[in-house]
Design a protein around this ligand. Structure first.
Ligand code: 5AD
Ligand code: FES
Length: 353
């Protein structure tokens, strides 16, 4: 006889949704055996849409200067203990050229909210990357901007934008951020990005301080409504020089459960096995892929600055050259029975039944 959770997994697979209370039950009572059933269902769905391909995104962390002061983040404005850097445009473009030779067909420019990179400068960078590598997608991950800025980047050729919503619950958002930031504005940015035509990435940390099961279900409901093309989730990991430096880290199992649930809710979503997941477990990213993830984002930043983009403590891959990470990643993915795809890995829209 099927257990209650097995029935929930079946219903989630068939209808892509569950009542709120069932999500809570699933998240709080799933046994190890049931988790294996959940992961197997997520793999089937993912393989039906994307086959065995795992898509690569080359991450270029171009500045660790940030005007914001999020309580969880190691590059927050008030952290005086990190050494700040900014990559110049030529260095950023070099990273892309190197990445291209290593089979990357998506470049993600990620940074703190750093006023030194004006809209004009970002637009020039985007245009130059697209001119050099017309077969590549450019993704920006540079925080909250005005609609006019988002439009300008899009017109310059940016294809995608990553902006995690962090938590869909307004009260929880206030617990994680200083008063000048609001969940409302974050959601408005995401809606604007979608309306402009970007492929959008949302997402949240798992196990961030104050997070409850109810808040996680709020996240699932929010993403169900937004239908982002990508969803980035990873465990919260404390960074010792932040206000949350002594808080507990997020759970591996909870992250894997959520990856699989998100895959079942949105069969065609692009779902990265994140660096944070690889940081809390030596084969966390592999476990993520086996729970329904289909994207990995190795780092293309120069090794000289890698160790300075420390959002959290213990971050992996900080000493490795881009080429080493690329090789290591291919081996890891192949060991899980999947393969690295050499293409842009665009979102495939699947009509939901
Ligand atoms: N632990 C895990 N993830 C973090 N991020 C920021 N700080 C931490 C942390 N301490 C995540 C946020 C952000 C993304 C770039 O990194 O969700 O959106
Ligand atoms: Fe970076 Fe393994 S993926 S060293």
């Amino acid at each position: 006889m099927a257990t209650k959770n097995e029935e929930r997994i079946k219903r989630l697979t068939e209808t892509h949704n569950l009542p709120r209370e069932d999500f809570k039950q699933l998240l709080s009572t799933l046994t190890d055996d049931e988790a294996e059933i959940l992961y197997a269902a997520a793999r089937r769905v993912r393989e039906a849409v994307y086959g065995k391909a795992v898509y690569l995104r080359g991450l270029i962390e171009f500045t660790n200067v940030c005007k914001n002061n999020c309580y969880y983040c190691g590059i927050r404005r008030d952290n005086a203990r990190i050494s700040r850097y900014r990559l110049d445009d030529e260095t950023i473009l070099d990273c892309c050229d190197q990445g291209y030779d290593l089979d990357f067909r998506t470049f993600v420019l990620q940074g703190g909210e750093d006023p030194a990179y004006s809209d004009a400068r970002i637009c020039n960078l985007v245009r130059e990357i697209k001119a050099r590598h017309p077969d590549c997608a450019v993704t920006l991950s540079i925080g909250e901007k005005s609609e006019a800025s988002y439009r300008a980047y899009f017109e310059a050729g940016a294809d995608r934008y990553l902006l995690r919503h962090e938590t869909a619950n307004p009260e929880h958002y206030r617990m994680l951020h200083p008063p000048e930031l609001s969940g409302e504005n974050r959601k408005r940015c995401l809606k604007t990005l979608k309306a402009i035509g970007y492929q959008v990435g949302a997402g949240m940390m798992v196990g961030s301080p104050g997070q409850t099961l109810d808040y996680l279900v709020d996240d699932l409901m929010f993403m169900r409504e937004l239908q982002p093309e990508m969803i980035g989730i990873g465990p919260f990991i404390p960074q010792k020089d932040t206000p949350f430096g002594t808080q507990a880290q997020g759970s591996l199992e909870m992250t894997l459960h959520l990856l699989a649930i998100i895959r079942l809710m949105q069969p065609d979503v692009l779902l990265p096995a994140t660096t944070a997941l690889g940081t809390i477990d030596p084969i966390g990213r592999e476990k993520g892929i086996l729970a329904g993830a289909n994207v990995v984002m190795p780092n293309l930043s120069p090794t000289s600055v890698r160790g300075k983009y420390l959002l959290y403590d213990g971050k992996i891959c900080t000493g490795d050259e881009a080429a080493e990470c690329r090789r290591c990643m291919a081996l890891r993915i192949e060991r899980t029975g999947y393969y690295v795809a050499v293409d842009r890995g665009d979102h495939i829209a699947v009509q939901q039944s």
